[in-house]
Design a protein around this ligand. Structure first.
Ligand code: ADP
Length: 345
């Protein structure tokens, strides 16, 4: 029998392999017998240590894996005296290795399936975007021709309707681009051009882009604070995209007379950019959900035509793609603070 550690040393006369099996009160598995006998015979050919791995069947019928390491002891004339061998029950490790292999294979399969699905999705989206954009562009183009009276006289009411057709066409195009952008980010198809640049430039540009909308809604938008020497390592366009998205949201969800402030500071090697508004705020139970795709907390307030509920989902993915993060704190009726974190240069 094997001892507690599953190993013991047995001294055997040189000769039949059967002795190894008999010493363990077991039988070598019939499938392994031939190969094990051949390996044993090879081990007997000289006095180098040898290793045998084979299965045995215990008297209770259970199958165990055994590793035998042995060496042939010979006298000075080279005449075999005996074999010294250790037999170790390696069943547990054998099972563990098989289980590891099974898990690895399952992971490999899952990865391959996911990659294939992603490729199919990407191809589908590329085709779909083209197929949808082409007729949509035609709709917009012909509506414009008619509106301009190029196809013949149009009444003022028709001009108005044609304007609505064009507005809807632009909205649909925007939706399609947004869905495609989200799909690309989700599929990891976005390339990041990481450079070092002064954060203040990005803040000032984002403010300039959104300021007209803010003014039109009677809001005050300002860059409050940003050290001029604060430099980040990120993709400039993506940072711009995130900031503009946050500012547009702040404009959308802040009542007339409100304030929106953009500011940045550096702490623990990370830059923290905040977009703070005095808007309607977000209920605590919705805070986590707003980063999920297609979530709009109160679409009645946002004049549903504006927005897809994808802006924040895309923004957070982009922030994470640059080793950053996007977080929110908010109090209903008081306002919201979105914080974009980026690595400092
Ligand atoms: P969209 O703006 O296109 O609806 P987003 O993903 O940008 O989609 O935002 C998701 C939802 O989060 C919005 O519909 C809104 O309910 C909420 N939200 C985002 N920003 C603000 C904000 N500054 N104040 C209040 N609610 C906001």
């Amino acid at each position: 029998m094997l001892d507690k550690r599953g190993a013991r040393i047995v001294g055997l006369p040189a000769g039949a392999l059967d002795d190894v099996a008999l010493a363990q009160s077991t039988a070598i598995h019939p499938d392994d017998l031939g190969a094990t006998q051949a390996a044993f015979a090879a081990g007997m050919a000289d006095t180098k240590p040898f290793t045998l791995e084979y299965r045995v069947i215990h008297p209770d019928g259970s199958v165990h894996n055994v590793v035998s390491r042995g060496i042939l002891i010979a006298d000075e004339t080279g005449r075999p005296l005996r074999v010294v061998a250790t037999n170790r029950d390696a069943t547990a490790e054998h099972h563990a290795a098989a289980e590891r292999e099974r898990i690895l294979a399952a992971e490999r399969d899952a990865r391959q399936t996911a990659e294939a699905a992603n490729r199919t999705k990407a191809a589908f989206l590329a085709v779909m975007s083209h197929e949808l954009r082409t007729p949509l562009n035609a709709i917009g183009g012909y509506a414009e021709l008619m509106q301009m009276g190029i196809r013949g006289p149009v009444t003022p009411a028709q001009v108005e309707d044609l304007g609505r057709i064009q507005a809807s066409q632009r909205h649909l195009l925007g939706l399609i681009s947004e869905v495609l952008n989200y799909a690309k980010v989700e599929m990891g198809m976005v390339q990041y051009d990481i450079i070092e640049f002064p954060l203040r430039d990005a803040l000032v540009l984002a403010e300039a882009l959104v300021e007209p909308q803010a003014r039109a809604r009677g809001l005050v938008l300002a860059v409050a604070e940003c050290p001029s020497d604060l430099t980040v390592r990120a993709d400039r366009d993506k940072v711009q995209q995130i900031l503009v998205n946050l500012l547009y949201n702040a404009v959308k969800f802040t009542e007339v007379g409100g304030h929106i402030a953009l500011s940045a500071e550096c702490s623990e090697e990370m830059a923290h950019v905040t977009v703070r508004d005095t808007g309607i705020g977000i209920e605590a139970d919705q805070l986590r959900r707003i980063f999920d795709p297609f979530v709009q907390v109160r679409s009645d307030l946002t004049r549903t035509a504006e927005g897809t509920g994808l802006g924040l989902a895309i923004s957070r993915e982009l922030a994470r793609g640059m080793n950053g993060e996007l977080q929110v704190a908010s109090e209903p009726g008081i306002g919201s603070v979105f914080t974009l974190t980026l690595p400092c240069a």
